[in-house]
Design a protein around this ligand. Structure first.
Ligand code: PLP
Ligand code: COI
Length: 341
């Protein structure tokens, strides 16, 4: 492989220019031809709905190189489905699943030299994005859309990789409304969470942990990841209409079942945190990041789980199994991995 002068072990989770991105436009009621670009810029109408009224949805998934040299993409069909749901949720044109998968496979192959080698913690992050193009000043959906896919090699989202993190609950912010857009992957949710996240980071926390926006009693999720806890032999994760249905979370639930654990998907009262043995955040970018401490800022209560320098045994086992399946080191019993030929 050509030497790219990348230190794969210390890569941050950040943007990097790679060789190509793919784009396709929806116009006159149909999707056009896929275009290959090496340019990072977009020509946009100054009144496009993505700029003014938030018509924008995105996804995130990863590709890995296995010990056998093969490239594995993790569950892209699930991301295709969720992106269609997100698009429909804010009145955008849903991308056909086969077009989505075809473009993902092509863009990974075309940027193959950026896939980190087997054995390191990095991976190739795949970022599909759809935007509304039509000019509108009155609020209404666009009739033209662009779907594009870019990729870049990344390291773990939380700086210390698998070292336990500390997160904080502030009641002054919501990332989503009870019947709002929290269940869809739209950029506005991340803008809504930015104040809390920046405040959390400025105070030394890895992330803000949001409570349900209606009653502020139950755990919702972190800015970029779902939450789960371990209590004895149980994997417990929030059921809520205002969180993103995480694909990683669903995989970890299945792995927990495979390991003989019970799974409960139900509201988790904030005070129940005191009874959990282990806690973690999970997501494509976050993978499974253990949590050592949750500060409930407004109540002045700290919940701790295990020790600050070592993840708990169950979170470690779950996360290791997921990692092994993604890289081809453990049998793909549930058909989660798409191998690029
Ligand atoms: N929750 C939010 C708000 C996210 O942005 C993400 C990342 O995609 C997740 C959860 C985790 O979802 P997934 O496991 O599908 O990546
Ligand atoms: C992902 O995990 O893929 C995400 O999109 C989270 C993002 C905020 C980095």
């Amino acid at each position: 492989m050509e030497n790219l002068n990348i230190d794969w072990e210390t890569l941050p989770f950040g943007y990097m220019k790679t060789d190509y991105n793919l784009r396709v436009t929806f116009k006159d009621g149909k999707w056009g031809e896929v275009e290959v670009h090496d340019d990072e810029n977009l020509p946009l109408h100054i009144a496009a709905t993505c700029l003014h009224y938030g018509q924008q949805v995105f996804e995130g998934m990863k590709a890995f190189r296995g010990a056998d040299g093969r490239i594995r993409i993790f569950r892209p069909e699930e991301n295709a489905r969720r992106m269609r749901d997100s698009a429909a949720g804010i009145m955008m044109e849903p991308i056909p699943e086969d077009l989505f998968i075809d473009m993902i496979k092509r863009v990974v192959k075309m940027n193959e030299r950026f896939i980190p080698p087997y054995g390191c913690d990095s991976s190739l992050y795949i970022r599909p994005l759809e935007i509304g193009l039509s000019p509108r000043i009155g609020v209404s959906p666009a009739t033209e859309y662009m779907f594009m896919v870019m990729v870049m090699p990344v390291g773990p989202y939380f700086k210390h990789g698998f070292k336990p993190t500390q997160v904080v609950i502030y009641r002054d912010y919501d990332r989503a409304a009870p019947c709002g857009t929290g269940r869809w992957k739209v950029g506005g949710n991340y803008a809504a969470g930015m104040q809390a996240t920046q405040r959390a980071k400025a105070n030394g926390y890895a992330a803000a942990l949001f409570l349900d926006p209606k009653e502020k009693l139950y755990i919702d999720e972190c800015g970029p990841a779902n939450f789960f806890g371990i209590k004895g032999n149980k994997y417990i994760t929030p059921k809520s209409g205002s969180i993103l249905p995480s694909i990683t979370n669903r995989c970890l639930q299945q792995i927990a079942l495979d390991m003989g654990m019970e799974v409960e998907c139900r509201p988790i009262h904030v005070e129940e945190l005191a009874t959990l043995d282990e806690a973690a955040e999970c997501g494509t970018a976050a993978v499974a990041a253990p949590i050592y401490l949750i500060e409930d800022h407004d109540k002045g209560v700290n919940y701790t789980f295990g020790t600050p320098d070592k993840a708990g045994p169950v979170v470690t086992k779950l996360m290791q199994r997921l990692r092994d399946i993604q890289r081809g080191d453990y049998p793909d019993e549930h058909g989660w991995v798409m191998i690029l030929e």
